[in-house]
Design a binder for this molecule. Structure first.
Ligand SMILES: Cc1cc2nc3c(=O)[nH]c(=O)nc-3n(C[C@H](O)[C@H](O)[C@H](O)COP(=O)(O)OP(=O)(O)OC[C@H]3O[C@@H](n4cnc5c(N)ncnc54)[C@H](O)[C@@H]3O)c2cc1C
Ligand code: SF4
Length: 453
């Protein structure tokens, strides 16, 4: 293939910023409320009867109930109320897109144009309990039942915690070195700064009764058939291990990255100054991951970051809040364009070439008009998919899938006896942390009912 030549060599370098700038750029974006601010905010709540915010919370937290406790200075009571419904109340307070969940439903939006800051109040109530180092819940008497949980992300650990609380012995099997799933390897650093995800995992495990096997992969080190034989029940919370390909020329060039991989490296870095980042970045995609990689590369010192999405703004899965966040961070967003090819020289990326798109009777088509963006790095962020390979031990055929993900019923039971599933790997989910936590909790309750009858 003839490579197109450009004048500038690729400019990818570490340490683009002065040392202290990294600390600032990756610090907590939403610092916690102090007591005075929390009391003022709590007193704005109308403590609605049939509160719509509860309905809008996937874990059904009693929101007016905990806000009332904050208003009467019973912060610990508020925190416990939250954690009873959602053991990951700490991370959810930080990462939930509240603008499309509880806060969107808040009646104060219609009245004052501004919801109660439910996420911030939740954080105010939960953080002291996590910080105390004492686990607040006590396990039920041992049931004598053993459950395997595959995947140590929010779905798996939520399930493990609830099962342990109910008296069962749990073994978590996790492929990576650390537990936490995307809380540890995916979510933007400034949402869960200062290793919050690790502290929260320790807190969750503090219930006791949960054994952990990290660096252990289903499909390689153990099979589902073995787990079904050796345990009374199995929960699959494996997330989405595959990333979608662009299927365009130049995808294999050096300098073309899966956003997910780069973010995982960033999240594990002890020093952000050592991460090489391009001067000109092009991101392809329109969701959470696209926004996160765009903003984080900008905050690592990239000069020019452009996010390109093939449809209009309203079709992006990144929320309006996230899109605004990207723009105030200096990310340019271009709509209605799809990648045609990525060109380079000496094996390295130089340019990404796009074609404008439009809708033709509901179908997305190229207009034939092209433009090119100079790039030192191109990030692919066009979605992830469930990889069923770990189930190739004969169980895959018995496990029903729907649009490539595991089919479950309301209780998160799969089509395979003794096997439940939840989180991103199941069909019909919303790919949100809070949804994964609820799935894990529901599955645990269903497993408990099944094992105890
Ligand atoms: C970049 C990014 C940013 C995001 N930001 C947000 C956000 O701000 N707010 C929000 O609500 N949601 C966000 N999400 C979505 C959210 O992180 C997920 O919905 C949530 O983590 C799903 O939880 P899970 O437990 O199902 O899967 P995961 O968190 O993916 O955990 C799955 C676990 O299973 C392990 N595993 C996989 N295969 C195997 C195997 N074969 N054997 C053993 N273990 C295995 C994995 O290593 C992993 O630890 C983001 C997602 C991404 C990718
Ligand atoms: S909807 Fe808003 S005002 Fe009503 S209980 Fe929920 S947080 Fe309070």
């Amino acid at each position: 293939m003839a490579m197109e030549q450009t004048a500038d060599p690729p400019d990818i370098a570490a340490g683009r910023l002065p040392g202290e700038a990294y600390r600032e750029n990756f610090a907590d974006i939403d610092p916690p409320l102090d007591r005075k601010a929390a009391l003022v905010e709590a007193n704005r709540c109308l403590f609605c009867y049939d509160a719509p915010c509860i309905e809008a919370c996937p874990t059904g937290i009693d929101i007016p109930g905990f806000i009332r406790q904050i208003a009467s200075d019973n912060v610990e009571g508020a925190g416990l109320r939250i954690l009873e419904a959602n053991i990951f109340g700490g991370v959810c307070a930080r990462v939930c897109p509240t603008e499309i969940l509880c806060e969107r439903a808040c009646v104060r939006v219609a009245q004052e144009g501004k919801p109660i800051e439910i996420g911030q109040l939740q954080r105010y109530a939960v953080d002291p309990i996590l910080g105390s180092g004492v686990h607040p819940f006590t396990r039920a008497r041992p049931s004598g039942k053993r459950v395997a949980v595959v995947g140590g992300g929010p779905a798996g650990l939520s399930c493990a915690h609830r099962l342990a609380l109910l008296g069962h012995e749990v073994t978590v099997i996790e492929a990576r070195e650390r537990l936490g799933g995307l809380n540890e390897y995916g979510v933007a650093e400034y949402k869960v700064a200062e290793h919050f995800a690790r502290a929260e995992v320790d807190f969750v495990l503090g219930i006791g009764g949960i054994g952990v096997k990290t660096a252990t992969r289903l499909g390689r080190d153990v099979t589902l058939s073995q787990l079904r034989r050796d345990f009374d029940a199995v929960f699959l919370g494996m997330g989405l291990a595959g990333v979608n390909a662009l299927d365009c020329e130049g995808e294999a060039l050096e300098g073309v990255f899966d956003a997910i991989d780069y973010i995982a490296t960033l999240r594990q870095a002890e020093d952000f100054a050592i991460l090489p980042v391009g001067r000109r970045i092009v991101v392809i995609g329109g969701g959470n991951t696209a926004v996160d990689i765009a903003v984080q590369t900008k905050r690592l010192g990239a000069e020019d970051v452009t996010l390109v999405y093939r449809r209009g703004e309203e079709a992006m899965s990144a929320t309006a809040h996230e899109r605004h966040f990207a723009q105030v961070n200096g990310v340019k967003i271009k709509h209605w364009a799809r990648p045609l090819k990525i060109t380079g020289s000496d094996g390295a990326v130089r340019e990404a070439v796009f074609e404008y798109t439009r809708l033709d009777g509901g179908r997305l088509i190229g207009t034939g008009e092209r433009f090119a963006l100079k790039a030192d790095m191109v990030f692919k962020a066009i979605g992830q998919r469930f990889v069923a390979d770990p189930l190739e031990d004969g169980t895959r055929e018995l496990l029903e899938l729907e649009k490539g993900r595991i089919t479950v019923d309301d209780e998160r039971r799969t089509s395979l006896a003794k096997v439940w599933a939840g989180g991103d790997c199941i069909a019909g989910g919303e790919d949100l942390t809070v949804r994964a936590v609820e799935d894990g909790k529901r599955a645990a309750q269903s497993i408990h009912r099944t094992l105890m009858t």
